[in-house]
Ligand binder design. Sequence first.
Ligand code: ZN
Length: 62
Amino acid sequence: MVEHKYSKWTVEGDKKTEWICGCFQTADNFFKFCEMHEDTLKKAIQAQVDELDMTQVVEEKA
Ligand SMILES: [Zn+2]
């Protein structure tokens, strides 16, 4: 029997894809990462956000 308590804590919607490590994507396209991948993937996303922010600053000054 599988409990879905984790999705109720942090993520809305049903799981659409779940990987063997524990990461999953919901039907609403939210991602929840397992402990093993959380740090790495959060840093990757943060790096992309930082790049976008820098681009926006340049555009505002131009
Ligand atoms: Zn994972």
